[in-house]
Design a protein around this ligand. Sequence first.
Ligand SMILES: CNc1ncnc2c1ncn2[C@@H]1O[C@H](COP(=O)(O)O)[C@@H](O)[C@H]1O
Length: 423
Amino acid sequence: MSTAHHHPRPESTTLADLIGSSRGSETPDWPDEDFCKRLPKIELHAHLTGSIRRETLGEIWRKRKEQEPDFDLEDPLVAIPPGKVDFDLTTFFPLFSKYTYNLVNSEWSVEHATRQVLCDFESDGVVYLELRTIPRAFDETGLTKEKYITTILSTIDSFQSETMRTKLILAIDRQNTKEEALDTVELAIKYKSEGIVVGVDLCGNPAAGDVRIFREAFKKAKQNDLGITLHFAEIERQPIKDELDILLSFEPQRLGHAIHIERMMSSQSHRAGNHMDDRILREIRQRKLCIELCLSCNVYAKMLPDRHGNGNGSFQDHHFKYWWKTDCPVALGTDDVGVFLSDLSNEYYLASTHFRVNKYELWHLVFYSIDAIFADQSEKDRLKSLLLAWGKENNLDVGDDDESVNEIIDHEDEEGENSTEQA
Ligand SMILES: CNc1ncnc2c1ncn2[C@@H]1O[C@H](COP(=O)(O)O)[C@@H](O)[C@H]1O
């Protein structure tokens, strides 16, 4: 990757060396936590309900208890103990369906929780945020899907500032019906003109659902100029054989997680006879789709294949290692910071320490992902000038303008094709 040409990486051999050197004063190229916090960041993969702090759930729970002493949902401190992050895919989804959705189910609680989520992203140095949420109706409080969304939209609207701009993606749950998916797209179309709703996502339990039924919904989203991002290959065996082909036929600009598609990482699967399809990988790289990567989520939820033979995949096994050297933009994201307890600056710090990403390269990751946001050109321009100015102030060799940075990006594009094979 050409950025490495600008800033050769020291030949540290162990992670301990690397973490040590990144904190040492002799190697100013290595980011520390403060750098990662100050770096103006873009968050493109954050689920609203999964981003709610446990303390906030506690506040909502206590208020509810005051109003309804018979309210019998467990205290969040018991249901989701402080510090617990080891949810796997079988315990993770029920956390929402069995707990959070029974608590955050009224206009007040949705607004209160959304406000806290926005505050937290802003104070972590996020300058552009795309939150996503599945429109949900709550019969017990009479909150309709539309009211749920308009409550979030007005909270976002009242929070907009020069420091952080927020957009909203409406998500289709893999367990939705065809009609429910179409309704979600209709809602997105209806609110798009107000400027906050920018796209549609497909998420939910990756072991469930048949994505073929969503063809029409995504076609409609595309026709109406909504951005499309899809959770992709989160598990090794998709519920239907050609799921990944079908998802690519929805013409997404971005893919979330994109874990189980890389041949280089699947030698064990090869032996087991479920080898990944290089065609899918090539297609993604040819289209230069933006890959939204969530390190802590994937490690804590044990979603990564074990490549070092020491149990579940660790940070070093993360496919960030692969993607950040391709010409596909990589957008680091938190996924569910309320569950995995790692904020976006920490995700940058983790990437930097585990994969030897220097300050310039970290900055470049953000810069290169700007074109993958779903907002319009004026927002992209704002972010580019902000990043360029910040890079200069912090003595990064960012070039004089947007174009000189893009020259580096063009150079990377030429390298793209071959590395699929090397991989
Ligand atoms: C491994 N990571 C993930 N993979 C797939 N879907 C995920 C997810 N993390 C969260 N969600 C989806 O987002 C909902 C919570 O936010 P909202 O109520 O919509 O705001 C969850 O119910 C789940 O369907």
